[in-house]
Design a protein around this ligand. Structure first.
Ligand code: IDP
Ligand code: MG
Length: 150
């Protein structure tokens, strides 16, 4: 099933100069970029995005972290894109994330785990709408798609 997912490179990814490496991994998988936006997230938007975690002990720290510097907001499309990106990211805690994943290879702590990816198709829909309007979502095809999809 072709899906879209919301991916966000967090402030540590930007500050550590890892945007290129992480985008490279998504591109190399054959996922198609649909939208990208570099921005500093306002606190209210951060709190809405992470609304499911409100009330948890790590919530205030999470909001401080995610609003501490610019992030790269993106939408990617592909076969099972939601699960596919979660697989490329690895587990939430980088100490448990497999080698070969973004978090497993490039991060050390849960509170500095570089990347966000939607956890379901419904979350993806909600998050994409939160960060992008319809004119920012680019529908396009690539000639290489014939070599990715039968
Ligand atoms: P996910 O990003 O893998 O979907 P979630 O459980 O949805 O993980 O948590 C959202 C984000 O909140 C994590 O990626 C991480 O940045 C942060 N977070 C979650 N649990 C902790 C914690 O125990 N300490 C610090 N930060 C946490
Ligand atoms: Mg999550």
């Amino acid at each position: 099933m072709i899906e879209r997912t919301y991916v966000m490179l967090k402030p540590d990814a930007v500050q550590r100069g890892l945007m290129g490496e992480i985008v490279q991994r998504l591109e190399s998988k054959g996922l198609r970029p649909i939208a990208m936006k570099f921005m500093r997230i306002p606190k209210e938007l951060a709190e809405r995005h992470y609304g499911e975690h409100k009330g948890k002990s790590f919530f205030p720290g999470l909001i401080d972290y995610i609003t501490s510097g610019p992030v790269l907001c993106m939408v990617w499309e592909g076969e099972n894109a939601v699960a596919s990106v979660r697989g490329l990211m690895g587990k939430t805690n980088p100490q448990e994330a497999a080698v070969g994943t973004i978090r497993g290879d490039l991060a050390q702590q849960t509170g500095r785990n570089l990347v966000h990816g939607s956890d379901s198709v419904e979350s993806a829909k909600r998050e994409i709408q939160l960060f992008f309007n319809e004119y920012e979502l680019v529908d396009w095809k690539r000639s290489v798609d014939a070599w990715l999809f039968e």
